[in-house]
Design a binder for this molecule. Structure first.
Ligand code: SF4
Length: 269
């Protein structure tokens, strides 16, 4: 959706799906829903239909139009593995990531079982791509830890956790097979508090396991005031990004034409 992002751990966002439905407590103050619903009914606006789930095949080719390598958060305004997104459409999204290989993609979901099942079957080709990172959201023990267990069984070159909004102490985490952990507190009106001790316990486990740790923010009602310092410093670690040169403009235009010929008849289930 945007060639530039304000999210601390990514460069750009790409939304070939828009809209979602809530699935667990981490969704309570979903920023994507709040943003999208502001534009419901605004004729011609990308979020004219608010947060209703829909596919946006016109956006599929977008990464091929960006010649400069970027880190791209896939579906910042949705969940690619939402149960109503057809398998065939998810495959198309994955094929675009395969084609535009000079970018690094961060795919984050709360539907960890579907992620695991598809990467073991129809998306095996994508599980082998080192420039596509697959992650799950973790907000608490009850909903988050089963997602971590699913992710650990998911074939992937790079696996990550987005522990945001962190709502309680997570206890012992099994970080084997996990490459990256992002932690952040909730921000905005009604933000639920996050305790320093919860964050330190995760940071220390990442340190012990050799896992890259990124501290995004404390959050709160005024996140600019609480900032992102933890014990006197910032934590901005990421897994190493593979380096790959962009395809020539001619090849990129050919690939865009190929995508334009794909079946665009998918509809939400
Ligand atoms: S899964 Fe993500 S995008 Fe969907 S409602 Fe929850 S927080 Fe929002």
């Amino acid at each position: 959706m945007s060639a530039k992002s304000e999210i601390e751990w990514t460069d750009a966002t790409w939304n070939p799906v828009r809209g979602c439905t809530k699935i667990s407590p981490g969704c309570k103050h979903c920023y994507a829903e709040a943003f999208a619903e502001r534009f419901r009914g605004v004729s011609g606006h990308p979020y004219e239909q608010g947060f209703d789930l829909r596919l946006v095949p016109d956006k599929l080719a977008e990464p091929l139009r960006w010649a400069t390598p970027k880190t791209i958060f896939v579906n910042s305004m949705s969940d690619l593995f939402h149960e109503e997104v057809p398998d065939g459409y998810i495959e198309q999204v994955a094929h675009v990531m395969q084609m535009a290989h000079w970018h690094t993609y961060q795919v984050l979901t709360k539907r960890a079982e579907r992620l695991r099942d598809l990467l073991q079957t129809k998306l095996v080709f994508a599980s082998e791509l080192s420039h596509v990172w697959w992650g799950v959201s973790v907000e608490n023990k009850k909903h988050g830890l089963p997602r971590v267990a699913c992710l650990r069984k998911t074939p992937a070159a790079i696996r990550f956790l987005s522990v945001e909004p962190l709502l309680e102490e997570l206890g012992e985490l099994n970080l084997s097979g996990i490459n990256w952990v992002i932690v952040g507190g909730e921000s905005g009106h009604g933000a639920r508090p996050m305790e320093k001790d919860w964050v330190l316990k995760i940071r220390n486990q990442c340190r012990a396991a050799g896992v890259a740790f990124f501290f995004k923010q404390w959050g709160g009602v005024q996140k600019s005031k609480t900032g992102r310092m933890l014990d006197g410093r910032t934590y901005d670690e990421l897994p190493e990004r593979p380096v790959s040169k962009a395809a020539s403009q001619r090849i990129r235009l050919d690939l865009i034409e190929t995508i334009d010929r794909w079946d665009s008849g998918f509809v939400v289930a």
